[in-house]
Design a protein. Sequence first.
Length: 132
Amino acid sequence: LQRGDFSGTVGIPELSWKTVIGTGITSGTTGHGVYVNADGGFMRLYAGMGLPLAIAFYFLLFWVYYRTCKNINSLQLRNIGWFFLIYLVVGELKEPFIIFKRYPVILILVFFYLVYEQECNNLLFSEIANKK
């Protein structure tokens, strides 16, 4: 390697038939001789599970999240939900925390639970007000 040339140490496997179906590992050398040392969440999922499953996983995850945020009635809570979505995407670029870390996912699930409770309370109060 020449000084300043880090192209041989990146560790993101090239797209090939050996990696499309997944290597099963996220760090080290596979049985096929493919070197993998991916740091970001997207790259780790691609290296471990393969490209089709990684795309399907993230598409399904973000589609469900998007649909949930879109249906929130309160503008303030909807904006908080969009902030959490951006947090997930940017954070996943740096570290694989959607699958490997619990706390960001727990935070988002608690947020959605609180939104659900508020929506249920608003519905209940509107039904009570309509009966009067």
